[in-house]
Design a protein around this ligand. Sequence first.
Ligand code: SAH
Length: 395
Amino acid sequence: MHTIQLKKNKDKAAFQLHPWVFSGAIENIQGNPENGDIVQVMNFSGEFVAYGYYNNLSRVAVRLIEWHPDQLPDEQWWRMRIQRAVQAREHLLRSGDTDTLRLIFAEADFLPGLIADKYGDFISLQVHASGVERVKPIIIDELDQLLKPKGIYERSDDNARGHEGLAGSNGLLFGLHPPEFAPIRENGILYEVNIAEGQKSGFYCDQRDNRLLTAQYAKGKRVLDGFCYSGGFSLNALAQGAREVVSVDSSALALETLQRNITLNGYDAANHTAIQADVNKQLRAFSEAGERFDLIILDPPKYAPSRSSLGKAARAYKDLNRRGLMLLESGGLLATFSCSAAMDMATFKQVLAWAALDAGKEIQFIRQFTQPEDHPVRASFSEGEYLKGLLCRVV
Ligand code: SAH
């Protein structure tokens, strides 16, 4: 077995079960590991630390996966790890209301570089590490045995694969090709998901709980869903009896899917308006036209991809939320989200406080949102915590 020895005093995070070994922490490499090989990591004094997979092109040179020296990651090990992740979600898988969820969430499920999402009868895989690429056939076979999907489709992120020296990968891995509009169900609401072409892997199942929680406040209300994608929040609001829902997104395909989803669920299309626009511009236009809403949802894409962009992102979140708050009267609600891991909850609250001051409004935080249990946060890997939200009431 190839061995990676860490520099002096560079073993602390790894001993604390953090899964990343940066290339700068490596003292020497014994043997000649190829990218994707399982290596053993030892500290400067020669004690065993963990097993992981190696990649000399990545900033994270070793992704640690197993801290027990007698548990060498072999085929059985991979099968066991996949089983554990799926079994932990068994109660969700039994739900008649929801057939769409994340089965494997990378580091959080001790499988760095691997994401698996279930969309009804299909599974979408993302493989972002060469160590995972090696064992793709085992992963496919185990997921087939556990879940009997109609098909498994790969939707890896080419950029993430590029960092590991892997070519882009997108296509059918097993079984049937998913239909252009695969039917799925979440919280009892029907959606059509384009698994092969949709954004990310086709549907944002991380907002499942928050859609339901937010929709509790929608009955009889005029609702604005900013960054609506295929309508997760809009459809839940309509299901809970919203008086009127206005959905805004810049993507024509997203809005088209949303309109189809409204029909699919038999909701009254007369209560819904879809606007293709930049949300910031649309909020300004609403302000100028004197429009008002009772409940506004703002779920933008990731503004802060890294810590270094946090300052700029904080200003963008502030401006967006200020514009949203301007459209609410006393008693109005803003459900606002950030999926930037770099922005923590405390900072997000500050941003909202700042936005409210600028908007000339006083707000209360009446609820906090987070990611659902199929996107767990591992105690030793806080980087996996990314989704947060606040329900704000204008006083
Ligand atoms: N709330 C959605 C997920 C939002 S994902 C749900 O529940 O499924 C972010 C969305 O923002 C994407 O659909 C993307 O098309 C859209 N988007 C990105 N930048 C935008 C902009 N400046 N104006 C409007 N929409 C934008």
